[in-house]
Ligand binder design. Structure first.
Ligand code: DLL
Length: 433
C-alpha cells in the first residue's frame, strides 16, 4: 500500500524543485538561527544565496557526530525553545550523547515517514501492531507508535523485553504485525518454541525490523518461523529516528523519504561525492526539520543509491540495505556502543590494566552476548578470590550504567590478551548475521 502517492510517486524532476527550495530555506535558517553553522559558513564564505542547484550542497561542509556531541545538549537548536515538544537521545562515545529536539512540525514529518514505512509493509487500519522497540529516549518505540496510530492501526506499546508477556499478548490480542530488532524477533521464536507456541498459527503476517545490521539469511529465518513477510526499516536519531528509509513489497532496496531527507554518498576518505551505484558513506541533509536541522550529516553507514524505477511505482531514490559502518560503532541488542566507551569506563576502575577484549557472539537464543575480557593487576591474582569477584561485579555494574547493556566480565591475568603491533584489536565479533 502506498500511503502518500502524491509524494512517494512524484515525478523526480518535480521533487528536485521542492528539494532545492527547501535547501535554500534550510541554509538561510541555519545561518540565522544556529551560531555553530553561521561560524562554519562564514569561515568558508558560503552564503545561502549561493545555492542555485542541488549540487551546490557540495559547497557546504559536513556535520559530524563529534560536532553534535560538542554542542550537547541544545547547541544546534534552530527554533525558539518553547516550540520544542519532544526530545530523543542516542548513546554517544566516550563523551556526551546526541540530542534531537522535535517541534510539532518535526513530529508530523516523522508521523508521515513512519506511516509511509508501515503502509509499505502492508499495515492498514485493521492491523494490531505489537511494537517491541524500546520506548523512551530511543526513537524506535515512539516512531512506530506515531506512524501506526496515524494509519488507524491499533498499537500495543510493549517496548522490549519480558518475552513471556510478549507471547501472551501476541496470542490474546491477535497481533497481526510485529516491530522490533531482527535479533529480538528471532529470540521470541526461541521462547515460543520452548513454551510450545506455534507462531505460524498466529495471525501475525508482517513485521518491520531494523535498528541493527541483519542479513537476507535472518530475513528468511524470521519469515519462515512466523510465516510472515519481514521488511527492513532504517533510520537514526540524529536525522529523525526510524522511517528515514523503508522497504516496499519489491524488497529491492529501501526507499528514502527524500522530500524530507536528502541523501548523498561520499568517499569516506576524501569526502568526494560518489555517483549512484557506488558504495560509500551515506550523508543526509534534513530539508524541512525545525528543531535540530542538519546539513550534510555523516551517518558512517555504508551503502549505495539506486535510482532505477522500482516495481512498486514509488519514484524515490532507494538505498541498498546497509553493508556496515566506517567507524567502530557496535550495535549490541539494538544499543549503539563504541569500544572507546568501554575503555573510558575501565580507566576509572582501580585494579584494571588498560588491556581488554570485547568478544561478541550470537548463540542459540539469537541475542547478542558480550564477554569483556579485562586484564587485572597482578596483585589481585595473589589475593583471595573474594577481591577478584568484587572487582568483576564492580566492572559489570559500571558497564551496565555507562552502556545500558549487560556484559559478562572475565578477569584475566596480565599479558593474557594478545598484543598487536599495529592498531590494537579490541573487538572479536563472532556473530554470524
Ligand atoms: O536505531 C533508529 C531505528 C529504530 C531504526 C527502529 C530502525 C528501527 P540509532 O539508535 O540512532 O537509531 O542508531 C542508528 O543504527 O546509523 C545504523 O548504523 C543502525 N541501523 C539502523 N537501522 C538499521 C538497519 C535507530 N535497518 C544506527 N540495518 C544507524 C542496519 C541499522 N543497521
Amino acid at each position: 500500500m502506498i500511503f502518500n502517492p502524491e509524494y512517494e510517486c512524484m515525478e523526480p524532476l518535480a521533487r528536485k524543485k521542492f528539494q532545492l527550495a527547501y535547501l535554500k530555506n534550510l541554509a538561510e535558517t541555519l545561518y540565522e538561527k544556529v551560531p555553530f553553522y553561521r561560524k562554519k559558513m562564514d569561515k568558508l564564505k558560503i552564503k545561502a544565496g549561493n545555492i542555485s542547484c542541488l549540487a551546490d550542497i557540495e559547497k557546504f561542509p559536513f556535520t559530524t557526530k563529534d560536532e553534535l556531541r560538542e554542542n550537547y545538549p541544545f547547541g544546534l537548536r534552530a527554533c525558539p525553545k518553547d516550540r520544542v515538544v519532544e526530545y530523543h537521545m542516542s548513546s554517544g562515545t566516550t563523551g556526551k550523547p546526541i540530542v534531537n529536539e522535535y517541534t510539532i512540525k518535526d513530529i508530523n514529518i516523522w508521523r508521515e515517514c513512519m506511516s509511509r514505512t508501515l503502509s509499505a509493509a502492508g499495515c492498514t487500519n485493521e492491523d494490531i501492531v505489537q511494537n517491541c522497540y524500546g520506548y523512551g529516549l530511543f526513537t524506535g518505540g515512539p516512531g512506530v507508535h506515531y506512524g501506526a496510530m496515524n494509519i488507524g492501526a491499533k498499537v500495543l506499546p510493549m517496548s522490549s523485553g519480558n518475552t513471556e508477556r510478549q507471547l501472551m499478548v501476541m496470542q490474546d490480542f491477535g497481533a497481526t504485525m510485529l516491530t522490533c530488532t531482527p535479533s529480538y524477533a528471532l529470540y521470541i521464536t526461541e521462547a515460543a518454541a520452548e513454551a510450545g507456541i506455534d507462531l505460524k498459527k498466529l495471525p501475525l503476517n508482517k513485521g518491520c525490523f531494523g535498528a541493527e545490521p541483519w542479513s537476507e539469511n535472518m530475513r528468511r529465518e524470521i519469515e519462515a518461523r512466523y510465516n510472515m513477510k519481514a521488511y527492513d526499516i532504517y533510520g537514526l536519531t540524529e536525522i529523525i529516528g526510524p522511517g528515514v528509509s523503508y522497504e516496499c513489497e519489491a524488497q529491492d532496496g529501501l526507499h528514502v523519504n527524500e522530500d524530507f531527507f536528502y541523501p548523498e554518498i561520499i568517499d569516506p576518505e576524501t569526502g568526494k561525492t560518489l555517483p549512484d551505484g557506488e558504495k560509500g558513506e551515506l550523508v543526509f541533509t534534513t530539508l524541512t526539520r525545525e528543531g535540530t536541522p542538519l546539513i550534510r550529516y555523516r551517518t558512517r553507514d555504508i551503502t549505495y543509491l539506486m535510482r532505477e524505477p522500482c516495481k512498486c511505482g514509488r519514484t524515490t531514490v532507494r538505498m541498498h540495505r546497509l553493508f556496515g559502518r566506517t567507524d567502530d560503532m557496535l550495535i549490541i541488542r539494538g544499543v549503539n556502543v563504541f569500544p572507546s566507551q568501554i575503555e573510558q569506563a575501565l580507566i576509572e576502575i582501580e585494579g584494571t590494566e588498560p588491556q581488554y577484549l570485547i568478544v561478541i557472539t550470537r548463540g542459540e537464543s539469537h541475542m547478542d552476548e558480550v564477554e569483556l575480557q579485562v586484564e587485572v593487576k597482578k596483585t589481585y591474582f595473589t589475593d583471595e578470590t573474594r577481591g577478584l569477584e568484587k572487582l568483576r561485579s564492580r566492572i559489570e555494574t559500571a558497564m551496565k550504567s555507562k552502556l545500558q547493556v549487560n556484559l559478562k566480565v572475565k578477569l584475566v591475568e596480565p599479558k593474557t590478551i594478545e598484543r598487536s603491533i599495529g592498531k590494537a584489536k579490541r573487538v572479536l565479533d563472532l556473530r554470524k548475521i
